[in-house]
Design a protein around this ligand. Structure first.
Ligand code: CA
Length: 234
């Protein structure tokens, strides 16, 4: 009926999870196509051009990361990785390969739906808005004026250094998405990330959070996942 329905490719070999997620997405008005292994997923992706891919890493024929790699050589279709593995290293690797988000099994319905909405919203933003002149970013009381390179909270100018501004602007352009240390360092300093550059990023981030008035334990504009990266909350 609805021609504007988002089409989601769900790649998962476990039948019970496949059925549960399919029913959940369809009940929320998404169109779902499914694949149970890498080869099938690759074919489905090429023929259906989905708006979003939900990708299980442990597939019977190949690791799901192979499909993520294939997709990223072609386009920026959002990919949410679904996995039983909870190791930080795996999470960072997937995000650096271009995954938009990562959900560890077992997960709740609301959590999955929220991640799906965020991933679809972000891809629509970047496709339609780009870097238009006069564009401003707003979340809560935080406003970023990209032309003036100024950041405001509740109407007050927040005095940031050039580097601090560049970090904040980069996170805002990827709002809602967990950005790894490596991704931020490459974008802001054009450097290969090492221990020294991660330390430099953490010092800058501590200063930004201080200027934003965030205290440990409070809800803040920038979330920190230790050992992984930072996310501007949407
Ligand atoms: Ca699996």
């Amino acid at each position: 009926m609805n021609k504007n329905k988002y089409k989601i490719l769900l790649v998962e070999d476990e039948g019970n999870i496949l059925n549960f997620v399919t029913a959940l997405l369809e009940a929320n008005d998404y169109q779902v196509i499914t694949a149970k292994n890498y080869e099938m997923a690759k074919t489905m992706y090429a023929s259906h051009i989905p708006d979003l891919v939900i990708l299980d890493l442990g597939l019977p024929d190949k690791d799901g990361s192979t499909l993520l790699g294939d997709i990223r050589t072609k386009d920026l279709t959002p990919v949410i990785v679904l996995s039983a593995r909870s190791e930080e290293r795996e999470k960072v690797k997937m995000l650096d390969m271009g995954a938009n988000d990562y959900i560890t099994k077992p997960f709740g319905s609301e959590e999955l739906l929220a991640r799906v909405r965020t991933a679809l919203r972000n891809s629509r933003h970047s496709a339609s808005e780009g870097h238009l002149p006069g564009r401003k970013f707003t979340v809560g009381e935080l406003v970023i004026d990209y032309d003036a390179r100024q950041v405001y909270i509740a109407g007050e100018v927040i005095k940031l250094t050039q580097t601090e501004y560049n970090i904040v602007a980069f996170l805002s352009e990827n709002c809602g998405k967990m950005m790894t240390y490596a991704a931020i360092i490459k974008a802001v300093w054009r450097e290969h990330p090492d221990d020294a550059s991660i330390k430099k990023l953490q010092v800058n981030m501590a200063n930004i959070r201080k200027k934003f008035g965030a205290y440990p334990g409070e809800v803040s504009y920038i979330a920190n996942e230790l050992g992984v990266g930072y996310r501007m909350n949407s």
